[in-house]
Design a protein around this ligand. Structure first.
Ligand SMILES: Cc1cc2nc3c(=O)[nH]c(=O)nc-3n(C[C@H](O)[C@H](O)[C@H](O)COP(=O)(O)OP(=O)(O)OC[C@H]3O[C@@H](n4cnc5c(N)ncnc54)[C@H](O)[C@@H]3O)c2cc1C
Ligand code: FES
Length: 429
């Protein structure tokens, strides 16, 4: 055989061996991928079963209406001085019900108005620490007026920062909300933007204390180091728990921000939290994702995670106000509180107490917007289905929920801020 033929035979042999090796490797990966898919499916089932069990449990021992609390501690939590924590103890000294990490409190505050009087406002604030037997903590960011505008800064947050001191009395409703961490041992990715870190820090502190083996990642996005809130607590947790992966993402860092932060037990990135970063860093596992941040962050991140292949049931999120986030297989109807259906056309709405009747049509907003546009006095707080302030009895007719509310309305009533009419409707207001 000529030496050329021999070389060709050797090359063909090598190629054959490489092809067989690649085929075997592909087969192995395919089997591993199938196994992982099965684990994911089983895990989803286990978690939804558990979630169902949790929902079926009687509501946690709690109180109705408002309860008086005193401020026990007040401290600034960021270099910029824009985030302030308040530790609250009940005035009656009775034990506090535990809450589910991620839940929030609703406050009724008597804040000064522009003409020297007092205005009553209702606002929600997430609990920012793990459940404690004798106190609750919230962390509030000062809402500043939009740049270049002549409007005042946020009423409630500025009142809390400037007028509420240690010893001040606050009226507080019991912990509520459906955005809370599951109790399984599934790996978790927490993603917080700005002050959206608060419910995530509560989840994180609870999980590290109660579920020490759980795989936990936190991606916290802010513009620069001065805006990082509760950094001391985060870094202490990262130092104590090597299994907790703390990643800080600074979109607009100042001169030494990245170098200074890298001195601590954290991973620091220049840029926003996005799926490119998550795909690069996260080992392939069936994570539960919990996200809280500004609306644009949710609107980009949630669809991007779904696009990446994360099942919708494993993406949980909360916005601190009205926000619409497009979902792949959106099922936002709240069973028992109304029905999700095709958008209704014009519908006659009667407000019984105020004696007003008007035709509501698509584009006129929620029933709360509609009532306000008619000058009807309806109380509201979060305007996002969270606090229950706008709860109103339905005398007749049906409503449709535009998003599943966090607050469970009483039977026969609805939350005007997240409802539109489905058929001719008479409301108590
Ligand atoms: C479930 C939930 C949890 C929350 N958790 C937290 C938390 O942990 N920490 C936290 O800080 N916040 C949290 N929030 C947000 C919080 O409830 C308040 O919405 C926030 O503090 C702003 O309230 P405010 O009264 O200070 O501002 P508002 O008075 O409601 O004003 C909001 C903004 O609008 C501007 N504004 C006022 N008037 C006008 C106008 N005419 N035109 C244009 N702009 C105007 C103000 O300057 C301000 O920037 C949460 C919200 C929800 C729903
Ligand atoms: S205003 Fe809070 S639930 Fe409607």
């Amino acid at each position: 055989m000529a030496s050329l033929d021999l070389l060709l035979w050797i090359a063909a042999g090598i190629l054959l061996q490489v092809a067989v090796y690649l085929l075997i490797e592909f087969w192995r990966h395919w089997k591993a991928y199938q196994a992982l898919r099965n684990v994911v499916a089983e895990l989803d089932l286990a978690i939804s079963d558990q979630a169902a069990l949790e929902l079926a449990k009687p509501a946690i021992a709690s109180w109705r209406g408002y309860r008086a609390f005193r401020v026990k501690d007040k401290r600034l939590e960021d270099q910029a001085g824009q985030v302030c924590s308040f530790t609250l103890v009940p005035e009656d000294d009775k034990p506090l019900p535990p809450f589910l990490p991620g839940q929030f409190l609703t406050f009724q505050l008597e804040a000064p108005d522009a003409i020297g009087g007092i205005q009553s406002v209702i606002r929600c604030y997430s609990l920012s620490d793990a459940p404690q037997p004798d106190n609750y903590r919230i962390s509030v960011k000062r809402a500043i007026a939009p740049v270049g505008s002549h409007v005042a800064g946020g009423i409630s947050s500025n009142y809390l920062h400037d007028h509420v001191e240690v010893g001040s009395r606050l009226q507080v409703r019991a912990p509520a909300g459906h955005f809370h961490i599951d109790h399984s041992d599934a790996p978790v990715v927490l993603i917080g933007g700005g002050i959206g870190i608060t419910p995530l820090l509560s989840m994180l502190s609870w999980s590290l204390a109660v579920q020490p083996g759980r795989d936990l990642w936190l991606f916290y996005g802010v513009r620069n180091r001065a805006e990082l809130a509760l950094q001391g607590q985060l870094q202490a947790l990262a130092a104590q728990h090597p299994g907790f992966h703390l990643h800080l993402c600074l979109s607009n860092p100042q001169a030494d921000d990245l170098d200074e932060l890298r001195l601590g037990p954290v991973h620091v990135h220049h840029g926003r939290v996005g799926t490119a970063l998550l795909r690069r860093l996260l080992p392939l596992k069936p994570y539960q994702f919990y996200i809280c941040g500004p609306t644009p962050m949710l609107q980009s991140l949630v669809p991007a995670l779904e696009e990446w292949g994360v099942p919708s049931g494993r993406i949980h999120f909360e916005a601190f106000g009205p926000a619409s986030v497009p979902r792949k297989n959106s099922v936002s109807a709240a069973p028992g509180h109304g029905q999700q259906s095709d958008k209704p056309g014009a519908v006659l709405v009667t407000f019984a107490k105020s004696g007003q009747q008007a035709s509501w049509g698509p584009g006129m907003g929620t029933l709360l917007d509609f009532a306000e546009s008619l000058g009807i006095d309806v109380q509201s707080g979060c305007r996002a289905g969270g606090c229950g302030t706008c709860q109103t009895s339905i005398r007749s007719g049906e409503v449709v929920y535009t998003k599943a509310p966090d607050f469970d309305p009483e039977p026969g009533s609805c939350l005007l801020c997240v409802c539109i009419p489905k058929a001719a409707l008479t409301l108590e207001a």
